[in-house]
Ligand binder design. Structure first.
Ligand SMILES: Cc1cc2nc3c(=O)[nH]c(=O)nc-3n(C[C@H](O)[C@H](O)[C@H](O)COP(=O)(O)OP(=O)(O)OC[C@H]3O[C@@H](n4cnc5c(N)ncnc54)[C@H](O)[C@@H]3O)c2cc1C
Length: 358
């Protein structure tokens, strides 16, 4: 049985390893644009030079799992075609291409490996006192601005977004602002209209000077599913059934950021259980057993504010926030452990998660 996994992020790597462990007859091929596993949750560290986000895929995948370096151009009837003209046949496919970015012209996007590398180079070339503007008030933007301020205290760092940390409780939001303030990050609550050379134009009519402007908004998914004729939501995420299979083709599982799973938030905390569940479902079907519907509940959100501070926001299983949050050094240590556990989970295919709300 030939299984092709498209995309070697959290969901894809865990799925490939778990299928390899559970379905001995499976010949598994992972297709990914580069021979490395990129820990996207560490891209802000890669940008700031405080951490490394890439690990060779060979050290992440079980023995026997093949890697084909390339970009899938189209998923056809039992075959994927690659942009280098090659193709790979499949009986089952796991679509795990994650999410991507749609940056404003004049900015460098930190949410992809290529963008993060470009941002790292640009940042390294900035002299003392230069201004870095991070666009995006969500957790990616906050982590990026904080990490740069921590790693390069000689620069002036600013974060711009209509609201900062909108997904957190009021108390945690305040704490994030205090943490940013401690790191010297200027907070501008406004929307960005456009980027002019050396300047960020804001919707309110004002503008701010900027030597390097980073785009830290994860706003879209690759159009591979739509291009391949799979049913997708308006935002391009593939529509799946309760077992995470494409409603257009039951041979195709869709997991991670690119899957339209009701109630799911784009996160590695979501991608890992989905990758595991797809592998378990495939194994069950191979053994002639009934598949079980996917169910997953959240426990919270975690963000780093540099290497010595962070915030852990508690949530209910349905991902609505509770009032409780933890901040400071302990939160920072826990956040680091979460990142390590996510990578460990993908590599070993062992990952535990809560069932979703009733
Ligand atoms: C700076 C930053 C910080 C973050 N922090 C957190 C955090 O603290 N906690 C959290 O839960 N989430 C966090 N996230 C979000 C998290 O990283 C993503 O939700 C997660 O990576 C999604 O996993 P995935 O497996 O679906 O996709 P990805 O990890 O994005 O992997 C997708 C893979 O598919 C590949 N691919 C894409 N198109 C193709 C194609 N056509 N053919 C072949 N391969 C393809 C990509 O190159 C990539 O390797 C953060 C994101 C960023 C950018």
């Amino acid at each position: 049985m030939r299984v092709v996994v498209v995309g070697a992020g959290y969901a894809g790597v865990l799925a490939a390893n778990r299928v390899a462990g559970k379905v001995k007859a499976a010949e598994i091929t992972v297709v990914n644009p580069r021979p490395e596993f990129v820990e996207r949750v560490r891209l802000h560290e890669q940008v700031a030079g405080t951490g490394v986000a890439a690990t060779p895929l060979a050290s992440m995948l079980r023995e026997g799992v093949d890697v084909r370096v390339g970009v899938v151009d189209k998923i056809g009837d039992g075959q994927v075609t690659l942009d280098d003209g090659g193709s790979v046949d499949f009986d089952h496919l796991v679509l795990a291409v994650g999410s991507t970015v749609a940056p404003l012209p004049g900015t460098v996007a930190v949410g992809t490996w290529e963008g993060a590398e470009e941002a790292r180079g640009a940042l390294a070339g900035l002299a003392r006192g230069k201004v870095v503007t991070v666009i995006g008030g969500g957790l990616t933007g906050i982590e990026t601005a904080a990490e740069i301020a921590y790693g390069r205290p000689d620069l002036r760092v600013r974060i711009v977004g209509p609201t900062i940390a909108a997904s957190l409780s009021a108390g945690a939001r305040e704490r994030v602002r205090a943490g940013l303030d401690r790191l010297g990050v200027e907070v501008v609550e406004d929307s960005v209209e456009r980027i002019d050379p050396g300047e960020v134009r804001l919707r309110s009519g004002s503008s701010v000077a900027s030597d390097l402007t980073l785009w830290a908004v994860i706003g879209s998914v690759p159009d591979l599913a739509a291009r391949s004729g799979l049913e997708v939501e308006g935002d391009g995420r593939a529509v799946v059934d309760e077992y995470l299979r494409s409603v257009s083709d039951p041979r195709i599982f869709v997991v991670g950021d690119c899957a339209a799973v009701p109630g799911a938030r784009a996160a590695c905390a979501t991608a890992l259980p989905q990758g595991a569940h797809a592998a378990d479902t495939l194994a069950r079907v191979m053994q002639g057993r009934e598949p079980e519907p996917y169910s997953m509940g959240y426990v919270g959100q975690a963000l780093s504010l540099g290497r010595r501070d962070g915030v852990l926001q508690a949530s209910r299983r349905d991902d609505t926030v509770r009032r409780f949050y933890l901040a400071g050094r302990t939160a920072s240590v826990v956040k680091e452990r979460i990142c390590r556990y996510a990578k460990y989970g993908a590599r070993t295919a062992t990952y535990a998660w809560l069932r979703g709300p009733k």
